[in-house]
Ligand binder design. Sequence first.
Ligand SMILES: Cc1cc2nc3c(=O)[nH]c(=O)nc-3n(C[C@H](O)[C@H](O)[C@H](O)COP(=O)(O)OP(=O)(O)OC[C@H]3O[C@@H](n4cnc5c(N)ncnc54)[C@H](O)[C@@H]3O)c2cc1C
Length: 366
Amino acid sequence: VADALAAVLAGAVGPHAGAWDLSGEIPGDVLRALGARGVLCAAVPAEYGGHGLSALTNGELTAGAGVLCGSTRSVMTSQGMAAWSVQRFGDDKQRTDLLGRLTGGELAAVCFSETRAGSDLSAIGTRITEEDGGIVVDGRKVWATAAAYADLLLVMGRHGAGAAVAVVPASAPGVTVERIPAPLGCRAAGHSDINLDSVRLPKEALLVGSQLPASMLATIALTYGRLSVAWGCVGILRACLAAAAGHVRDREQFGTPLADHQLVARHIADLYTLERTATHACERAADSWDRQAPSLASDAVLAKYVAAGNAAEGSTRAVQVLASAAARDGHVVARAYRDAKLMELIEGTSEISQLILARRALEEAL
Ligand SMILES: Cc1cc2nc3c(=O)[nH]c(=O)nc-3n(C[C@H](O)[C@H](O)[C@H](O)COP(=O)(O)OP(=O)(O)OC[C@H]3O[C@@H](n4cnc5c(N)ncnc54)[C@H](O)[C@@H]3O)c2cc1C
């Protein structure tokens, strides 16, 4: 199944990633077709319409998307995280309905961040209140990946003494989606800010099991996202390695291929090492997910921290090796360079990852 899904992805993206990056748009019908084939959330169990891929197999699929197109991979991460949140927090009726839609071609975005609540999601101001047998969602979200394409918005808000997630149709009265113009990277991923102005929904829109303290809710949802982003970074590194290896074999300077210059070869060795270590960290975290190991949340943080740092470093090395050949907007390595930096910011910045890893290290040292 995974090979067939990888072929569907490759066929859909084709040679278009550079053009999508320049235009800032992936054609909606391409994303919907990928969604309808279940590629964007391939870990959803078969009983809910998905392919039931293991975290390891889904991870390799995600890395493959990362090789092809950072924006498509970003949409895939959002869709997968939305599906995981429904699977984890929904009751059976919500799972059947919503996962069926997410594996049937509808698209979703995860809306947690706010202007005053980035790293600190406990500071969110959006409110989900129960009123007249339904719910009302009020607030403003920022930087939701894929929201420009999404049919469904998973909105985290204050609810009672804690937090909860409401599934808000993007077409509901009171919802306004404002696309963020010209983001630094993953430029066709449809990042948007969202206004929620007294959005009235039936009570079924509240994910039943999501009524938790904000930090616990965020950690559960973000663990999927962290693992997915980490695999996406492996994809960035593989794209950079392929481009750099091809270039140093083909291009000669001083009468010999660049690969024969030892200072260039060192960059290739380092790129290879960065890709391998990121892959190993991802494999380890995916294995923890598949075994539901107690360490899985911090293993995902470790994988994301390592892979994002490696992708930022590796893409910088690739630019250095290709030099002017990569210094053009739309070139695969130029895209990788811009996309990779963002990976150190999302799903918990590198500093937030370090804080979590420091806590784990201190616990293990006891
Ligand atoms: C491309 C992109 C896609 C995104 N997609 C989504 C999405 O789909 N859904 C969504 O909800 N959000 C999304 N976000 C938002 C993202 O989750 C936040 O940008 C991220 O959590 C960081 O928050 P912030 O930008 O407000 O930075 P801040 O939290 O203001 O942090 C600024 C700096 O301070 C550091 N810092 C903050 N607190 C601490 C601390 N306690 N100790 C040490 N350092 C600290 C940070 O590491 C960072 O370096 C996206 C952002 C980007 C750029």
